[in-house]
Write a protein that binds this ligand. Structure first.
Ligand code: NAD
Length: 479
């Protein structure tokens, strides 16, 4: 279904994120026929460039990062006709009048994507108003990181609030745009099968893993000031935890969903120091260690974190949520696993074996869900039990159509145009998440905590395995 005509300005349109995600994503939406013929996309950044130069850059970005979408040159040209560029200085006066003159009054949707460093968010918000570009209908999209701690997040919210209402602010967490993440809500709230079991009585524990094989790449300077806790846990992992733990909202509407997520964050207990393991990848063969990658020989920043958390409410009392994320791990794999309790009594005898049911929700690679079901081992060997997966892989189930499933950024940008904030973080959610993570980070600083080294290509430090082992549990394999 095509969205309404729009003017979309991408501040930072020449940057890495715009080239890898935003522009190729918009192109795919164009190819799918979702973009109306009079949509306009305007890149705005510091680089001095004209429309033609930017179009060349966009075409190159689409060829490199477009995911092999089979679009002929005619289609690409059609998309590029909708693309323009204005050189703008976020901190000065340059380019703003020109940008204002490109905005069309008659177009129903006007959106501004802040794909620049957060230090420029305030300047952009300010100038959008002083140069008369923003109206009550305009929307702004802001990228992570949203603040460095509670204080800076509050300041950022306050700055944006000077010029925009909360209903106009779209804080992106691209994990929420993933197909499986939304499917998680469909599975929970669209079936009778799971929700009655979705609580402390039937669920033994929950595991959330976001494992990366990459290191810090070219982002060492930023990452070393942030670490896994700020870069991944405070936003992506917390959001996943919220979707697993939240109560059913009355409706699938932005504030109804976000109210429930906020309640989860507020119900999180402070995490005890011995329930957290920090790690930093160590040198291995030719592979440099973390400190070399970030060019800081004394860095005490974590590239891995694992922890046991508790959501203290009736539904989840005493049900641990184990979460972990790290860089340079064995495989690139993101998974949420809901591990159900064992059957209370085995009528087949212990020798038949026992298997707990696990609902695994894979975010990447190979998005899909698997439910492990216990059945009899086939054959005449008596009653022995085994675990078989009821599998729903998107790629297999939907075949070539799965390729048409929009990636997270595409979907979220279209939601901005539609004015649907359901999959975006509200200001109070972000602040509550920082209020929970800040004391953890402050605790490390006070104690002079140093992360434990771990091997590149491993599942993280040994202590992370112990965190589970002590509770008689095991992490799921990262594969
Ligand atoms: P980048 O450094 O590649 O690009 C920055 C862009 O901002 C450039 O287009 C540059 O011209 C523009 N810019 C800088 N100063 C400016 C000024 N004074 N006036 C106007 N334009 C100015 O950065 P990026 O990697 O594209 O990241 C952009 C934002 O997205 C950051 O907030 C980053 O944290 C966030 N983000 C990036 C990624 C990613 O994968 N790259 C992922 C998640 C979030």
């Amino acid at each position: 279904i095509p969205v309404e005509p729009f003017d979309l300005v991408i501040f930072g349109g020449t940057g890495d994120l715009a080239r890898r995600k935003i522009l190729p994503g918009l192109f795919r939406r164009y190819c799918s026929g979702q973009m109306p013929s009079d949509a306009r996309i305007i890149g705005a950044a510091r680089t001095d460039m004209d429309d033609a130069g930017f179009r060349d850059m966009v075409a190159a970005a689409i060829r490199e990062f477009g995911g092999g979408r089979s679009c002929d040159d005619g289609t690409l040209d059609g998309f590029l006709e909708r693309v323009g560029y204005v050189a703008v200085d976020a901190k000065g006066e340059g380019g703003w009048k020109e940008l204002a003159s490109r905005m069309r009054d008659e177009v129903p949707v006007r959106a501004f994507y802040f794909s620049v460093g957060p230090s420029l968010f305030g300047d952009l918000a300010e100038r959008l108003h002083s140069f008369g570009l923003a109206s009550e209908q305009s929307r702004i999209v802001v990228e992570k990181p949203f603040g460095h701690d509670l204080e800076t997040a509050k300041a950022l919210n306050a700055t944006l609030a000077k010029h925009f209402d909360e209903e106009q602010i779209y804080r992106i967490d691209h994990y929420l745009g993933k197909e499986t993440v939304q499917n998680l809500m469909a599975v929970r709230f669209g079936n009778m099968l799971f929700e009655p079991l979705w609580n402390a009585q039937y669920v033994d524990h929950i595991q959330i893993t976001v494992a990366e094989t990459v290191g810090v790449g070219g982002r060492g300077g930023y990452y070393d000031k942030s670490g896994a806790m700020r870069d991944m846990v405070q936003n992506h992992l917390m959001q996943l935890l919220c979707l697993i733990a939240m109560e059913p909202p009355a409706r699938f509407e932005p504030n109804a969903v976000r109210d429930e997520k906020l309640k989860v964050i507020r119900a999180l207990d402070p995490v005890l120091p011995h329930h957290i393991v920090r790690g930093q990848y160590a040198k291995q063969g030719d592979e440099p260690d973390y400190r070399t990658d970030v060019e800081n020989p004394r860095s005490s920043t974590e590239s891995f974190v694992a922890m046991k958390c508790h959501v203290s409410n009736w539904r989840w009392a005493n049900t641990p949520f184990y979460i972990r994320t790290g860089k340079k791990l064995r495989a690139r794999a993101s998974e949420i696993a809901v591990v159900f309790k064992d059957a209370p009594h085995s009528i087949f005898g212990e020798e038949a074996g026992r298997h707990s049911n696990v609902l695994s929700i894979r975010l990447q690679p190979n998005e899909g869900m698997t439910l492990g079901v216990t059945i009899k081992e086939p054959g005449p060997g008596g009653m022995r039990l085994m675990d078989v997966p009821l599998d729903m892989s998107f790629a297999e189930e939907f075949g070539p159509e799965a390729e048409e499933v929009p990636d997270a950024y595409e979907r979220l940008i279209m939601d901005v145009i539609r004015g649907n904030q359901t999959l975006f973080m509200r200001g109070d959610e972000v602040e509550a998440a920082w209020a929970w993570t800040d004391p953890i980070i402050e605790g490390w600083q006070k104690r002079g905590d140093f992360p434990k080294p771990y091997d590149v290509g491993s599942a993280g430090p040994e202590d992370s395995l112990m965190l589970m082992h002590r509770d008689g549990r095991k992490w799921r394999e990262i594969k």
